[in-house]
Design a protein around this ligand. Structure first.
Ligand code: SF4
Ligand code: SF4
Ligand code: FES
Length: 328
């Protein structure tokens, strides 16, 4: 089957190509051919100047990630014909949220800097014996350790798209790999750092990172684990954690969310005043939640039971981990 490949080209040192442009190549594609194989064929037979990254060709090294018809994927494990039939075209572009260097090659330095920021190695606590790792402990961080550093999650991240300083899902998945490990001795200090501005609370839970990760790492799940661990440690002096506390209090008291009160509880009175222009715009579009006298739901006792049970379990978990760390 002959397929037209439209590839975004860019070469900052070529004065005639210093702005990105689309170049088309016709390529004969047999059944089962991957996008990476097609790129190699085009480079081999038609245009040796076409630049892209690859290494393992087996979805292991993470280097061949590109945007295929608008979605981040590994070129080496995406077959051309099904993709072409689904999208009706074959458009290959560099990963979004990354700066292109040449053609499909993007700058990964910011990606690695963010990885470095989370210190991706275990740091056992002094004077404490590290507990033996059980299969359940392993299971907790298993998905996070499948990451091949391809950058697909960061490329699809809505928070990173509006804030280049956001730590982003790949580094947060790695952070959970360490914080969630029972042998880690500085989890609390790490959670404090991750709770700072541009950290884990800046994720808007769009789920894209989990949806587009080719290795089922589920970064959003890792972010939820980190947030939950921070809350259990009492690290709540930040807007993200305060927002969660406000939600929890509202549901505990009324069995439902009091959205109008959330802004005040999250930001405090003075900072909430700064939200007035935003509130007026919401009102104009009929989106402003109405502050009303809040009627509690009838089955509030059932909600309270859930809270009591979850608190009991959290305490039990903490006690068990502490006793294992002491080597009892
Ligand atoms: S869920 Fe959060 S971290 Fe994941 S892509 Fe969306 S905003 Fe980014
Ligand atoms: S979490 Fe998934 S998408 Fe993100 S870098 Fe790792 S393997 Fe790639
Ligand atoms: S070439 Fe290694 S993951 Fe695709």
């Amino acid at each position: 089957m002959k397929i037209k490949f439209k590839i975004r080209r860019y070469n900052p040192v070529d004065t005639e190509a210093s702005e990105p442009y689309i170049q088309a190549y016709m390529c004969e594609v047999p059944e089962g051919m991957t996008v990476l194989e097609a790129l190699l064929k085009i480079a081999d037979e038609q245009d040796p100047t076409l630049s892209f990254r690859k290494s393992c060709r087996s979805a292991i090294c993470g280097s061949c990630a590109v945007s295929i018809n608008g979605f981040s994927k590994l070129a080496c494990n995406t077959q051309v014909i099904p993709e072409f039939k689904k999208a009706g075209e074959m458009l290959i572009e560099p990963l979004a949220n990354h700066t292109p260097l040449k053609d499909l090659i993007v700058d990964f330095v910011p990606f690695w800097r963010k990885m470095e920021k989370v210190s991706p190695y275990l740091t056992p606590a002094e004077g404490e014996s590290a507990p033996a790792v059980t299969p359940e402990d392993e299971e907790r961080v298993d998905r996070s350790q499948r990451c091949i550093m391809c950058g697909c999650c960061n490329a699809e991240c809505n928070s990173l798209a509006i804030d280049e300083n956001f730590i982003a899902p790949a580094a947060l998945a790695k952070a959970w790999r360490i914080v969630g490990d029972v042998r880690e001795g500085n989890a609390r200090r790490r959670l404090h750092r991750l709770s700072e501005e541009h950290g884990m609370w800046d994720c808007v839970r769009c789920v894209h990172c989990t949806q587009y990760c080719p290795k089922d790492v589920a970064p959003l799940k890792a972010i939820e684990e980190l947030r939950s661990s921070a809350m259990k440690e009492g690290i709540t002096d930040n807007p993200g954690a305060k927002h969660v506390e406000a939600m929890r209090d509202s549901v505990e008291r009324f069995g439902r969310l009091d959205e109008a009160a959330m802004t005040f509880k999250t930001l405090g009175f003075l900072r909430s005043l700064g939200m007035i222009p935003f509130g007026l715009r919401m009102e104009k579009h009929g989106k402003l939640p109405r502050p009303h006298i809040f009627a509690q739901i009838e089955e509030l006792d059932e909600v309270k039971k859930i809270y009591e049970e979850s608190e009991r379990r959290a305490k039990e978990e903490k006690r068990e981990l502490a006793s294992r760390k002491k080597g009892w």
